[in-house]
Design a protein around this ligand. Structure first.
Ligand SMILES: Cc1cc2nc3c(=O)[nH]c(=O)nc-3n(C[C@H](O)[C@H](O)[C@H](O)COP(=O)(O)OP(=O)(O)OC[C@H]3O[C@@H](n4cnc5c(N)ncnc54)[C@H](O)[C@@H]3O)c2cc1C
Length: 317
């Protein structure tokens, strides 16, 4: 037993973004874990994704042709079991996604694997070590898996750097898919909300520091004049001021913009879980001890309204 098996995801013929994040997370561990790094993709027309998944450092891409074009949990469950038997990996890496939740935990339970879901960071100390929220998200918990031969972890989308480069690994077709027991009758797009903050390059994020719902339009205008997208911390959503599509954090969206400007956000662990991988974090808070300053690259101990006025002047808002 050694090495890492990653299970990538596709949907309706497209490789899902989380797939390259899973590969990136596995590549970061590969040296310490030892053994081969193999990436499997199960579905219809999966051969076309082999190049994209074969980043430098991936030893092999395994393509498993499924009998149906839509995701089917039993097909994936049987395929994963067969892949684990063939590859005998020490670590299996899946996305913490609606599809993989349909078969990953079942396989882990059936095979008696160590198991961690909604993992936001991954390390290796004589075996995998995973970070996730615990006790209803009040704490960050470090999990190790004593006594387990192999471990299956499900990684939160957006929490890991995507692998770059492609086409470096060989691809091999493997017969492993099981039989479908359900049939998908139709597909209907869910309304994505008014905006997709996970795709924004510049987020202007406001928190309880703005104090009043009436202050919101000022920040909406400021965001627009700066070319930013407005996002918020959870209290503003709980208060019904802003739709939850704009909430950043553990129970909201995980974002990775180029710039995250946080105004009046304290930096609770549940908020940090959703934004700490932003390229550049700028925080404005009147409290010099606010935890947000621990992850900020730039910080100002200042009144957010003063800063907002300054920015509005600069950007002509
Ligand atoms: C299970 C669970 C899941 C959760 N999920 C999320 C989540 O997804 N996202 C999330 O955000 N939270 C989440 N929370 C809530 C989280 O614990 C915090 O309560 C929340 O993040 C706090 O939001 P905040 O920083 O805006 O407010 P506060 O913690 O109240 O912070 C307001 C900050 O504004 C500063 N401030 C006040 N006035 C000014 C001013 N004029 N100028 C500058 N600074 C000022 C204050 O110093 C303070 O630091 C979750 C909690 C639980 C239990």
């Amino acid at each position: 037993m050694s090495g890492i098996l990653v299970v990538a995801e596709s949907r309706r013929g497209e490789l899902r973004e989380v797939s390259l994040e899973l590969v990136g997370a596995a590549l970061a561990l590969k040296e310490r874990a030892g053994g081969r790094l193999v990436v499997a993709i199960i579905g219809a027309e999966v051969d076309k994704h082999a190049d994209a998944l074969g980043a430098t450092g991936v030893d092999e891409v395994l393509t498993v042709a499924a009998p149906n074009s839509d995701f089917e949990a039993h097909v994936h469950e049987a395929a994963l079991e067969a892949l684990i038997e063939q590859e005998d990996p020490a670590l299996v890496v899946l996305g913490h996604t609606i599809d993989s939740l349909g078969f990953g935990p079942a396989v882990a339970a059936k095979l008696g694997l160590g198991f961690g879901s909604d993992v936001t960071a991954l390390g290796w100390e004589d075996g995998p070590v995973a970070m996730r929220g615990g006790y209803g998200g009040k704490l960050q918990v470090e999990l190790d898996f004593p006594g387990k031969q192999a471990t299956l972890v499900m990684l939160r989308a957006g929490a890991f750097e995507a692998a770059e480069g492609s086409g470096a690994a060989t691809a091999r077709a493997v017969e492993a898919a099981g039989e479908a027991r359900t049939e998908q009758l139709g597909f209907r797009e869910v309304e994505a909300g008014d905006v997709d903050i996970t795709q924004a390059e510049f987020l202007l994020s406001v928190g309880r520091g703005i104090e009043d719902k009436d202050a919101l339009p000022q920040f909406e205008e400021l965001a627009e004049s700066m070319g930013a997208t407005l996002s918020v911390s959870r209290p503003l959503v709980d208060a019904g001021w802003v739709p939850n599509a704009r909430q950043v954090g553990q129970s909201g969206k995980t974002v990775k913009p180029k710039v995250y400007l946080a105004l009046g956000i304290s930096g609770a662990v549940q908020h940090l879980a959703g934004m700490q991988n932003a390229d550049t974090i700028i925080a404005v808070n009147t409290d010099p001890e606010a935890p947000i300053f621990r992850v900020a690259h730039y910080g100002a101990v200042a009144d957010l309204f003063d800063v907002a006025d300054e920015l509005a002047d600069q950007f002509g808002g």
